[in-house]
Design a protein around this ligand. Structure first.
Ligand code: KIV
Length: 284
C-alpha cells in the first residue's frame, strides 16, 4: 500500500481487545469514522483485519471474482463459501455477509432462513440486505429474532434493472425525501447501521444527520459516519475506475508486470534459476 496517503496524526490500526460486534458499530454514530472494506478470501481478510472495523463479504463478489455483469446471479451458497473464508482471516473486525438477490425479499420466513444460514454456517456477526421502507418489516422481523442487520439504501445494485443503471441518486432535490425516509425506516426497524450508496453530497449529509444509526457511505461523500469501498477497486485491480473510487495502489499494473517478467524469464530459460532448484542430498 502507498505510504503517501497516511495521516501522521491518525492511528491506522487501533488496538482492540475483542472482535467488533454490531453493537460496537452502532455506538459509533457521530464519533470517529468507521472503516469498512469488502473481502471474499482469507488472506485479504487477514491483511485488512487490523485496520478495518467492519469487513463486508459483498455480493459484489459475483462481479469482482467471477466476472458477472451484475450481482443478480450470486447465490447464498457462494456467499456462505466466501463468508467462511473471510471469517477464518478476520479476528477483530465485524464480518457482515450480504444476502443475495432473491434470498430475502419473498417473505419474512425466507429472509430468516437465509440470514440464519449465513450466520450459522460462516461464523459472521451480521447480514446486509438492500431496500428501504419496503424492507423495514423484514428488518424488524430479523432483528427481533437476534439477527443483526446492516441496511443498504440509495443506489441498490440488486435493483439495477428497475432503476435503469448504476447512476448516482439524489442529484435533484425531488429524489431526496424517499431516500431519507428509506434510511430512517431501516434504522427504526432495528438495523445497527445503514450503507448509503451513490448519492450527491448534500443528500448524504441530510441522511447522516437524520438517520439515528451510523451511515456508511460508498460514493456518498465525506459527510457519512464511515466509508466502505470494494477492496479490489481501491487497490486498482481494474482498468475502469468509478468516480467515487480513489486508487490507493495499482495492483492491476503490478500483477501484469510481474506476469510479463515471469513469462520472459521462462521463455528465456532464466527461471527457475539456481536458487529455485533442488540439489541432490550429499551422500552419507
Ligand atoms: O456488495 C458489495 O460489495 C456492497 C458494497 C458495494 C457496499 O454492497
Amino acid at each position: 500500500m502507498s505510504t503517501t496517503n497516511k495521516s501522521p496524526t491518525v492511528d491506522a490500526a487501533p488496538k482492540r481487545r475483542r472482535q467488533q460486534t454490531a453493537v460496537d458499530i452502532a455506538a459509533r454514530k457521530g464519533a470517529e469514522p468507521i472503516v469498512c472494506l469488502t473481502a471474499y478470501i482469507t488472506p485479504m481478510a487477514a491483511r485488512m483485519d487490523p485496520y478495518c472495523d467492519l469487513i463486508l463479504v459483498g455480493d459484489s463478489v459475483g462481479m469482482v471474482l467471477y466476472g458477472m455483469d451484475s450481482t443478480l446471479a450470486v447465490s447464498l451458497d457462494m456467499m456462505i463459501a466466501h463468508g467462511r473464508a473471510v471469517c477464518r482471516g478476520a479476528k477483530e473486525a465485524l464480518v457482515v455477509i450480504d444476502l443475495p438477490f432473491g434470498t430475502y425479499e419473498e417473505s419474512h420466513e425466507q429472509a430468516f432462513r437465509s440470514a440464519a444460514r449465513a450466520l450459522s454456517e460462516t461464523g459472521a456477526g451480521a447480514v446486509k440486505l438492500e431496500g428501504g421502507e419496503e424492507m423495514a418489516d423484514t428488518v424488524r422481523f430479523l432483528t427481533r429474532r437476534g439477527i443483526p442487520v446492516l441496511g443498504h439504501v440509495g443506489l441498490m445494485p440488486q435493483s439495477v434493472h428497475a432503476h435503469g443503471g448504476y447512476g448516482a441518486r439524489g442529484r435533484t432535490e425531488d429524489e431526496w425525501q424517499p431516500i431519507i425516509n428509506d434510511a430512517v425506516a431501516i434504522a427504526e426497524a432495528g438495523a445497527f447501521a445503514v450503507v448509503l450508496e451513490g448519492v450527491a453530497e448534500p443528500l448524504a449529509r441530510a441522511v447522516t444527520e437524520t438517520c439515528p444509526v451510523p451511515v456508511i457511505g460508498i460514493g456518498a461523500s465525506n459527510a457519512c459516519d464511515g466509508q466502505i469501498l470494494v477492496t479490489e477497486d481501491m487497490l486498482g485491480l481494474f482498468a475502469i475506475n468509478p468516480k467515487f473510487v480513489k486508487r490507493f495502489a495499482e495492483i492491476g499494473a503490478s500483477i501484469e508486470g510481474a506476469i510479463a517478467d515471469y513469462s520472459a524469464a521462462v521463455r528465456g530459460r532464466e527461471f527457475p534459476g539456481e536458487a529455485q532448484t533442488y540439489k541432490m542430498k550429499a551422500k552419507a
